[in-house]
Design a protein around this ligand. Structure first.
Ligand code: NAD
Length: 424
């Protein structure tokens, strides 16, 4: 028997949601009590204060976190989020999902996540650089190529990863490219990493459309979030022949049943920073976008946007979870009962990002670099394999696709912990 004594450290809606998913999966595979709580709760976390000198000479102290959920299966892996609503509980939930994701797709990693409570749009470029460097400075003894390897997430990008790699390398006294992934190509970034998550979401969506015998040229797509994942998902699906009828960002969305000109939208965002006032269609709210009649709905922004309030109103055939945790436990139940929507669950759907991060890390450690074609070919082969194993688990045990994916990921982590034993 195991006994767990937990504090309220991580307590939040999103952490409870991740725990509920874990409990359902652990029950479904009868995970022994003795291994459950060890597998479920994060291993450790670090909270840091990050003082940054502002342009006007004042100092602002930001709060940042890193949660390492599981280190039993390799160095932990997961992005760093810069967003004004980051909480420790959210970071812990995201770290937990990273553990299941890396295990599900067979990577030699554990799971982690980081975050800073900040709206990066409120900072100048140099303030952002100071914040990013200060965060890495505080993490120097907590991360490393064989300990924990961060990457970009919401509000962070290649440039920030470059600053972090430089800060870490200066501390250890040599070039340590493998300490972060999602870096600029000039610093050892991988070909294909920037588009990897969206390319993976689009590839899996195409595979599920094929399973449903829906020609991709007849598919209409609504994408929430037009950042790294959302824009690359939209572009790749459009390249496959689908029609993108709606896109959005935090300022709201654009709807155009004739199809959105993505080149124009990307150009607009490059200069204006947001989609606000983009004239490629009619304005639509983020809430209404989710309820559009479309073949594919791809939430690619934040967690918990599909709940019991809108799950009964969804009108898509495929729900492709580019974001982590977009669907609440209550919404899962409703969608399962409806039976007319195929969910591609986050841990499978957006795993292309961490798969190509793994390729980047391998290239950094071996100093041998691959072509973009090689990267994408290997990525799609790994996604095919993961899709096959999830669908086999789904049919074998009559699970929902989410439960199938989670049980596979969780079982592998639990097996590793069991095999390693408990250090006295
Ligand atoms: P990003 O910062 O590049 O883009 C986020 C987008 O979401 C932006 O367009 C932003 O305006 C929009 N957004 C923010 N708040 C919103 C709101 N309340 N309503 C609607 N839109 C909103 O971030 P990203 O890297 O594209 O990450 C998006 C999601 O994908 C997150 O859930 C992240 O955890 C997940 N994810 C990212 C990666 C990766 O490689 N970057 C990998 C796997 C999963």
């Amino acid at each position: 028997m195991s006994k767990v004594i937990v504090s309220s450290l991580y307590d939040s809606d999103v952490f409870r949601m991740a725990c509920r998913q874990f409990d359902l999966a652990a029950d479904a595979i009868s995970l022994p009590e003795a291994i459950r709580d060890r597998t479920k709760y994060p291993r450790r976390c670090l909270a840091v204060s990050l003082p940054v000198k502002r342009l006007d000479g004042s100092v602002t102290v930001f709060e940042g976190y890193r949660v390492q959920h599981n280190l039993s299966t390799g160095p932990s892996k997961g992005g760093i989020r810069f967003h004004q609503h980051v909480t420790l509980g959210e970071v812990a939930a995201l770290a937990m999902w990273m553990s299941w994701k890396t295990s599900l797709v067979g990577l030699p990693y554990g799971g982690a996540k980081g975050g800073v409570i900040v709206n990066p749009n409120d900072l100048t470029e140099s303030e952002l650089e100071h914040l990013s460097r200060r965060y890495m400075q505080e993490m120097v003894n907590f991360v490393g190529p064989h300990i924990d390897v961060p990457a970009p997430d919401v509000g962070t990008n290649e440039k920030i990863m470059g600053w972090m790699m430089d800060t870490y390398s200066n501390h250890v006294g040599h070039v340590a490219s493998a300490v972060v992934t999602g870096k600029p190509i000039a610093l050892g970034g991988s070909q294909g990493r920037r588009e990897a998550t969206g390319a993976g979401v689009a590839y899996l969506t195409k595979r599920y459309l094929e399973d449903l015998r829906i020609p991709v040229s007849q598919a209409t797509v609504a994408v929430q979030g037009f950042g790294n994942v959302g824009s690359e998902t939209a572009l790749a699906l459009a390249n496959y022949g689908a029609k993108i009828i709606a896109i959005s960002d935090y300022t709201g969305g654009i709807h155009n049943p004739r199809g959105i000109d993505l080149g124009k939208a990307l150009n607009y965002v490059r200069y204006q920073k947001t989609l606000r006032d983009f004239d490629g269609g009619d304005p639509i709210s983020n809430e209404d976008l989710l309820e559009l009649d479309c073949t594919v709905l791809a939430p690619c922004a934040l967690e918990r946007v599909i709940g019991d309030h809108n799950a009964p109103k969804l009108k898509c055939r495929i729900l492709a979870e580019g974001a982590n945790g977009p669907t609440t436990n209550a919404a899962d139940k409703i969608i399962e009962a409806r039976g007319d929507i195929e969910i591609i669950p986050d841990v499978l759907c957006n795993s292309g990002g961490v798969i190509v991060s793994y390729f980047e890390w391998l290239q950094n450690l071996s100093n041998f670099y691959w072509s973009r074609d090689e990267v994408l070919q290997k990525l799609f082969a790994m996604l095919d394999k993961a899709k096959e194993s999830v669908d086999a688990q789904k049919s074998k045990f009559k699970f929902s696709r989410r439960l199938a994916a989670l049980t596979l990921g969780i079982q592998r982590v639990a097996d590793a912990k069991q095999s390693r034993g408990l250090f006295p």
